[in-house]
Design a binder for this molecule. Sequence first.
Ligand SMILES: [Zn+2]
Length: 392
Amino acid sequence: MIIIDKPYIKEIDNKCRMSANIIIDEKSVEIWFEVDKAYGKYLTYERSDAYVIGILSYAMRNGHDIKCEQPMSADLFYQIDTYLIDAVYKSSKSLHRTKIITDVCNEKLETANAVGTGISCGIDSFHAVSSHTRLKAEDFNITHLAFNNVGSHGEGERAVNLFNARRSLAKKFAEEYKYEFVESNSNIHDVIYQNHFLTHAYTSSFAIYCLRKLYSTYYYASSKTFAEFDLHNNEFRSTSNYELLLFSIFSISGLKIYSEGANSTRLEKTIAVSKYKPSYNYLNVCTQTAENCNKCEKCIRTLVTLDAINALDNYKSVFDIDYYRKHRQWYFRNMLRYKRIKKDYNEVYPMLKKDIHILTYFMAMLDMFKYSMIKHTPQGIKNIVKNLIGRK
Ligand SMILES: [Zn+2]
């Protein structure tokens, strides 16, 4: 059993923190979520909603029911209890059918009607921003950019440095283009251990619901299309596969969450972003360094896509385009290798095929053979080889 105590608010220096004690099998941990003082009034301590969403996947994976000391919103409870838990449970082999024991509340919460999205400065993120700027239907234009630390930035010194660099870039973008910047921090990923890849839509929705009194609309930048919806064996797969279900459940009276960009392919999204001038100085897709490294898989994927749509020159200030052009065949060689394991390249490859040299295909085949050998070589043999060549 997991018991969620009543959330409470406290101020720490210039921050405002919402905390709740969570008792898991009689052991108590505090889960907090913190924002700048200016956003403190939007922290939604009146409901258990955020905490239920934040720990639901953990509860289902670890055989727990959930008891709330503070009521849940009636519609959210109904949707989670009636549809979500059942559907997720029945499409898995190992999850627990969690029961939620709670009072419910029908009373409406006042909101500031903010329209938000997360800002990472990547393709998906800029697609959300560029698609919701200067719309005729003004209520759908983004007003707030959120930078949430709920587990997506990793651990260790390198991750902290990357996190700080990404935050600075996102904040600078928000300031230059006159968006409100909502920065948040939380320890949820430290005290409730969850694989971020498998649970990110839950933890991101935790952050949205902590500020339930701020948002009326939130665009969650999706990395998969609606056509890829798949709930089967969901306990082993990214929540991206069933966001369509999750966000329909997490959308309640007064708060609508959209799976933004899920109607477009990566190529279509990149084309849209390449027409959005503010992205030219801010696009940041790298998983390795604060500035785009030009060489990691995400940098390679973005560069070859920009090449395919003839938009490389727009991004001279964020990528080393001269280097790319000088080493174009090296990028194609990697594209051929990644294409075998990631369908993201399937749209781009036919557009660049005519420029790929025969030798590049040959080198890519050698790469694939090499990686296959490494992958299938038992660790014991790898160790013997390392010892023979004096490497540790
Ligand atoms: Zn990179």
